[in-house]
Design a protein around this ligand. Sequence first.
Ligand SMILES: Nc1nc2c(c(=O)[nH]1)N[C@H]1C(S)=C(S)[C@@H](COP(=O)(O)OP(=O)(O)OC[C@H]3O[C@@H](n4cnc5c(=O)[nH]c(N)nc54)[C@H](O)[C@@H]3O)O[C@H]1N2
Ligand SMILES: Nc1nc2c(c(=O)[nH]1)N[C@H]1C(S)=C(S)[C@@H](COP(=O)(O)OP(=O)(O)OC[C@H]3O[C@@H](n4cnc5c(=O)[nH]c(N)nc54)[C@H](O)[C@@H]3O)O[C@H]1N2
Ligand code: SF4
Ligand SMILES: [Mo]
Length: 685
Amino acid sequence: MRKKHLITCPYCSVGCRMYVETEDGYPVGIEYVDDIPGIPNPGGKLCPKGNVAFQYATSEDRLTKPLKKVAPGKFQEISWQEAMDEIASRMNEIKGKYGPEALAFLGSEKCSVEDNYLIQKLARAMGSNNVEFAGRLCQSSNVVARTKILGSAPQTNPSSDILKADVVVLWGYNPAATNPVLFGQYVEKAILDNGAQFIAVDAIKTQSAKYADVFLQPYPGTDLAIISAMINYVIKNDLYDKDFVDKHVNGFDELAKSVEAYSLKWAEKISGVSADLIEEAARTFAKGERVAVLANEGLNQHVNGTAAMMALTDLVLITGNIGKEGVMSGAIPGAFNGMGASLMGVNCAQLPGAIPVANGEGRRQIERAWGFEIPDKPGLHYVAMFGAAYEGSVKAFYIMGQNPARALPDSAFVEKALEKAEFIVAQDIFPTETTKYADIILPAAAWHERAGTAISSNRRIQWSFKAADAAGEAKPDWEILAGVAKALGLGKHFYYSSIDDVLSEVNKVVPALKGATPQRLRGELKGCMFPCSDEKSETPRLFLKGFPTPDGKANLISPKYAPPGEVPDDEYPFWLSNFRLVGQFHTGTMSFKSKSLADRWTEGFAYINEQDARKLGVNDGDSVKVETRRSALTVKVEVIPYIKRGVISMPWHWGFNFLTKDAVDDLSKIPGYKTAACKISKVRG
Ligand SMILES: Nc1nc2c(c(=O)[nH]1)N[C@H]1C(S)=C(S)[C@@H](COP(=O)(O)OP(=O)(O)OC[C@H]3O[C@@H](n4cnc5c(=O)[nH]c(N)nc54)[C@H](O)[C@@H]3O)O[C@H]1N2
Ligand SMILES: Nc1nc2c(c(=O)[nH]1)N[C@H]1C(S)=C(S)[C@@H](COP(=O)(O)OP(=O)(O)OC[C@H]3O[C@@H](n4cnc5c(=O)[nH]c(N)nc54)[C@H](O)[C@@H]3O)O[C@H]1N2
Ligand code: SF4
Ligand SMILES: [Mo]
């Protein structure tokens, strides 16, 4: 029998809704949602990934039974009971021998709100704050910057407010590829239909940047110089919003003084963008009545990422583009439930509801709800966990829905660290480069094979219904975690018999989600934007009545220029950066398994500027060796005029992280993925 079931797309964080069509319980197609007003994808529109959003899960390669490693590279099927017993005895043994800090846990933006709530609760019930997810690798710079300045990080306004903006800024962000429905439905319409001015900043003139009125093309990681000079220019030329600054902002005089040395000419020298263009960008930005500022990985993922995001937040504030209708800024968690995992406290320094671990009163409140003590010191951040495993202080990993062996920088080092761990559990839907190192592999149900909630980058929490049966013996992640907790002797804190039980506990523990109850979300199919303090309310716009800081004002932080991580030198003369393709996703574990995507987006390549190519004697389609201080990769080049000279960039879906360096930003601990120094040589034959 044919049926259709409403789900949220399991790829990016736009949160598009779709129906999965099933035939006798097996998924056969996707149907557009045209009968639910207010969903994030008006008219049900989807992008190439959304159109086939169930396909990966029907691949023959799915994990279908628990597996135990019996020899290097060899796994044997075991029962769920055997798997649970083995996990419980090994994890308790390691905790007993080395202490709870020897345990590390990874949650996932590929899993539901409920799954993520449980993995961090499990980590803490075991006595460890070593619990992280890819949000650290993704949005942490913007989250830290905005939390320090505004007291809160998420996106301020509904995406539809972009249509009301008169200036749109895309900074290090290519939504035409990475959030395509948001780009088509809001950004493109604001520019093409409503005539908004458009500023784009990227090392490549991307599909998103093609309509730019002002296009800035800096060397990777030098954006901080440009933003600092823009602040200086805006203040010097009296283009800032005096009234807003007086009423809502602290630290203006210090800011003005601190940027005095950051002239347009100085920024030109560092970034390679002409002073005239930076001036034009500053004027256009400051003259906007309502500016939507969307900044993403090109700005986040640098060792100066937090400083750059702080400077951009300063610029938004002094021009008064926050706390009203028609503006937009904020962190853009990239994958479909990045916002949910973040809000659930899958973070070594934060508990559910973004409560710092170090906040005694906040911690005690959660301890009262949970009935056990939470360790009071922050744990290890994502990259540090693997350093600790290499050095021997982290002994065990519980990895749910992450592929650190390819997603972290310096893959060769990460693999060595995984090899050194004494015990690894990997809970995934596919075998991956990471599950190779696991002692126990647990098969999880894929997204449309279970019910659960996810939160879009726009703060919208939505219910997804179960559409199909799980592959083989695979189970929903929350159910596996509740089982593991029971086996570990923690059953009284993990009493759940349904997903509703878990979300109901979240409703009690996380005030921002108090009104997002299972009953409400199953009825209100467009979901609701948190904070929702009761079952009737939601919050489309933040900061309309000031900021969540002690005095209600935002606190500007003066920028101090710091260079990006690894910069070119005589031996490694090129800048190396990277980006995403519309039809591939991260390390490819899902998109490589989706036939329609894998057939069309088949292999990696590198963009190189035509003048650089001429100098190196390479032509379009030639293979080159790209070498960094870590490793080398052979890749075909695409010679183009619209990438900055001196920069080579490639999609990172195909093993790119063997090249990257594991240096992190001091404040956010995000790796500086987007810059490395490299040399390029033509591969003959
Ligand atoms: N198709 C697809 N969509 C995705 C994903 C995916 O893997 N595939 N992943 C999701 C996730 S988790 C995330 S976080 C988002 C990320 O979404 P985006 O931030 O849009 O992703 P990227 O393509 O990595 O980087 C954006 C742009 O930054 C530019 N850039 C690189 N270095 C610099 C720099 O130093 N300065 C400036 N100004 N620009 C620079 C790149 O050329 C690129 O065009 O996408 C989400 N959506
Ligand atoms: N060079 C470079 N590296 C980067 C980035 C970059 O821009 N450049 N971006 C960084 C960013 S922004 C991010 S977000 C990270 C992403 O890093 P990861 O999240 O580690 O990458 P994925 O490839 O998405 O791996 C997710 C895993 O979840 C599994 N999975 C999917 N669905 C389910 C499910 O329902 N249950 C379970 N248990 N598992 C499931 C998939 O099979 C896969 O193994 O990568 C980072 N790495
Ligand atoms: S834009 Fe994002 S959420 Fe929407 S269909 Fe595409 S991948 Fe899915
Ligand atoms: Mo991300």
